[in-house]
Design a protein around this ligand. Structure first.
Ligand code: AKG
Length: 271
């Protein structure tokens, strides 16, 4: 399986419509790939909070239209990264879209863990509740978005639902690049799964982006890593390696679930 991660430069100077056209053209150029992956919130930038409301689109809005067409023109599975989705009956969501090679929507995933603590995405957007997997020929994708990478239980849920390849679009900042690389490898090793993590380049809202999109195999080996700028990172994977790794080193089978909470072992405190 050939995967191409398009690490898009998201800079303020470029109007959203131009970036959308540019990205669609880049997707069309990847017709030799089986799977193409784009980053999180690449229309607005993950840190351009004031743009979320302005540029939010319905699920089947302009980005959906452009990416569905690009996927079918290229004949590839396309994880189109995420958009700020305007739900007519609810809040905004950070929603990822996955298209089949015929341009059909195969899955939509609303980011579960919102970033920003008491500001930004955490207050501007609603939280998704549903885990999402997508069956491709040869592998099952488990999808997550950016800050989700910090929450291992989400990935265990995906593995329990059959995921073999974890796809993580992101808009990760340069300031915490070391966490990005470390966590991508950790998620691959602990889940014995491929990790395809696609970030952004450039600077928006004064936040330099980390770039360094990364592909890690189920043994934790880094198969490919991008630099800091805009780049298409292409890698050939053998999807059978997930099952082989899980068979040869069956750590996932040794999980112990439902542990008891700690009991107080010291002397009872005087009341
Ligand atoms: O967890 C981090 O350090 C970055 C997360 C982030 O930027 C996001 O989820 O948009």
């Amino acid at each position: 399986m050939r995967a191409s991660l398009i690490q898009i430069a998201v800079d303020e100077g470029e109007p959203v419509d131009s970036r959308r056209r540019r990205v669609a053209a880049l997707v069309r150029e990847q017709s030799g790939a089986d799977l193409v992956v784009l980053p999180e919130l690449w229309t607005t930038g993950a840190f351009a909070y004031e743009e979320f409301g302005r540029e939010a689109e319905p699920l089947e809005g302009p980005t959906y239209e452009a990416m569905a067409k690009a996927a079918s023109d290229a004949g590839v599975w396309l994880h189109a990264g995420s958009i700020p989705e305007r739900d007519p009956e609810g809040p905004l969501y950070n929603t990822s879209l996955v298209f089949s090679p015929s341009g059909e929507l195969a899955a939509a995933y609303r980011k579960i863990h919102r970033f920003g603590f008491d500001k930004g995405e955490a207050v501007l957007m609603g939280a998704g509740r549903d885990l999402v997997t997508v069956r491709l020929p040869g592998t099952t994708l488990g999808v997550a978005t950016c800050y989700d990478l910090r929450f291992p239980e989400l990935f265990r849920g995906l593995v329990d639902a059959g995921a073999e390849t974890l796809v993580i679009p992101a808009g990760w900042p340069e300031r915490r690049r070391a966490h990005w690389t470390l966590l991508a490898q950790a998620r691959a090793v602990e889940n014995q799964a491929f990790v395809l993590a696609c970030g952004t380049a450039g600077t928006h809202a004064g936040v330099p982006q980390a770039g360094h999109s990364i592909v890690v195999d189920p043994w934790g080996e880094v198969l490919a890593e991008a630099g800091a700028g805009e780049e298409v990172l292409t890698v050939d994977l053998d999807p059978a390696k997930t099952a082989a790794t899980r068979e040869q080193f069956p750590a996932l089978k040794d999980r112990v679930l439902g542990l008891e909470p700690p009991r107080h072992r010291g002397r009872p405190r005087a009341t």
